[in-house]
Design a protein around this ligand. Structure first.
Ligand SMILES: *Cc1c(COP(=O)(O)O)cnc(C)c1O
Length: 435
């Protein structure tokens, strides 16, 4: 079998040097794989338990059309989500178009003119800048008279409790905490860290709503932010909880009051959660959720493999090869554009869809430098599938995430290394120097 594997990797364009190097590293990470398998095993049972408790049946997988009154599958799925996140309620809909929309919905429905929003963890995800009105934008919270305040993290990534206390006042209605680092260099927050922050905030002001942007974090740990005091957790179904199968959608899970507010904003006051046909989406929502713990584990293994490969070869990686993971994103800093480009080409060449195309940097709207993106996804734009992107500007870092199967993630990372060697970014004799 060993030789057959080497052979098929070679047939797929991976040299024996790259394969042997990668394979030895993979083998050396066995303890990590066990740890991650244990988390996914725990979460798999959590998901099955929630499905059984709510008596998910074949009828739930069928969709409704038109107004979508009495949509059994939709209502049951929302109960399943509420049980997984241990919240009073949840809203899980194909009408929520993406993660940004889910977050905007949570904010716009739970804030009123005169209220203030606080981010105690620094600048939120790029797309939220326009939602909040940090960058002027049509329809922003700012246009509705909702103000925003931000407290940055200390340089070492810890919370600035003193400033956070000062930033909370009578108008502070909602606090938004982003779990994942997104495309920043700060560390991703563990659920326990988020819990410490929420406890502090609730001590200062007990009735403030604590919301967590849970994107990329779901199922990476045994607990979720809603287990440590978050009133609302929000995310995208084309990331972790959709398990790679959901073709669209977002979720909110939390306090009944917060969810009802969101439902009335998503559809209409008076209609709330009673409408919203699920069309043909439910089967993939359920099956994707069922697969999500395992898919998330595969993405984490892919990220850890990448971290260890590139750390061994002398590049800066965040998180590093040994630290605990709280999301699925891996950053690798190459320090030169060639590295970013070769890495993305490697990921693309490993894709089952569009594996034959070559990604190129382009001037994407909203970015101040060209960006290169690699994705060969079954669901367009899905970043739980193996994908990578990087802005072509210093420090020339690439952000890598996803991998529905660890086998694909492993192959993808081997491909990136192969590309980097072929293009001369990494010396041909890398192996002898390092392992
Ligand atoms: C992806 C992401 C979002 C936005 O989600 P989209 O689906 O791309 O709109 C928001 N916050 C974080 C931390 C994310 O990773």
């Amino acid at each position: 079998m060993k030789e057959a594997l080497r052979q098929i990797y070679e047939n797929m364009g991976i040299s024996r040097e790259v394969y042997d190097f990668g394979e030895r590293l993979w083998e050396s990470l066995k303890d990590r794989w066990q740890e991650i398998d244990a988390i996914s095993e725990y979460n798999q049972l959590k998901v099955i338990g929630a499905m059984q408790k709510n008596r998910v049946s074949e009828a739930c997988l069928l969709g409704t059309t038109g107004y979508g009154y009495n949509d059994l599958g939709r209502e049951t799925l929302e109960k399943v989500y509420a049980d997984i996140f241990h919240t009073e309620d949840a809203l899980v809909r194909p009408q929520i178009t993406c993660g940004t929309h889910a977050l905007a919905l949570a904010l716009m429905s739970n804030l009123r003119p005169g209220d203030e929003l606080l981010s105690p963890v620094g600048k939120p995800y790029d797309t939220l800048e326009e939602v909040i009105g940090i960058r002027p934008s049509r329809g922003s919270l700012k246009e509705y008279g909702i103000t925003y305040r931000q407290v940055d993290l200390h340089p070492d990534g810890s919370f600035n409790y003193e400033e956070i206390r000062k930033a909370i006042h009578e108008k502070t209605k909602l606090v938004t905490i982003q779990r994942s680092k997104g495309y920043q260099t700060r560390p991703t927050l563990s659920v326990n860290k988020i819990g410490e922050l929420i406890s502090f905030i609730k001590e200062v002001k007990p009735d403030v709503i604590c919301m967590v942007d849970n994107c990329y974090g779901e199922f990476t740990e045994e607990i979720e932010p809603s287990d440590v005091g978050a009133d609302l957790v929000v995310g995208s179904l084309i990331k972790n909880p959709g398990g790679g199968l959901a073709p669209i959608g977002g979720y909110l899970a939390g306090k009944k009051e917060c969810i009802e507010n969101a439902a009335c904003r998503l559809t209409s006051p008076g209609l709330g959660r009673e409408v919203g046909a699920s069309l043909q989406a439910l089967g993939s929502f359920y099956q994707g959720l069922f697969l999500a713990p395992s898919v998330t584990a595969n993405a984490m293994k892919s990220a850890i493999f990448a971290a260890n490969i590139y750390e061994r070869l002398g590049f800066a990686v965040v998180p590093n090869g040994t630290e605990q993971r709280h999301d699925i994103i891996q950053a690798v800093t190459f320090g030169a554009p060639e590295g970013v480009i070769a890495f993305c080409e490697g990921i693309q060449q490993a894709a089952p869809v569009d594996g034959h195309v070559t990604p190129e940097p382009w001037d994407m709207p909203g970015y101040d430098s060209p960006v290169i993106m690699a994705a060969g996804a079954f669901v367009s734009g899905s970043s739980i599938e193996l994908s990578a992107d990087g802005p072509i500007k210093p420090p020339y870092a690439v952000y890598f995430q996803g991998g529905l199967t660890w086998q694909h993630g492993k192959f993808g990372i081997m491909k990136t290394l192969q590309k980097l060697v072929e293009k001369g970014v990494i010396l041909k004799d890398f192996d002898t120097q390092n392992l």
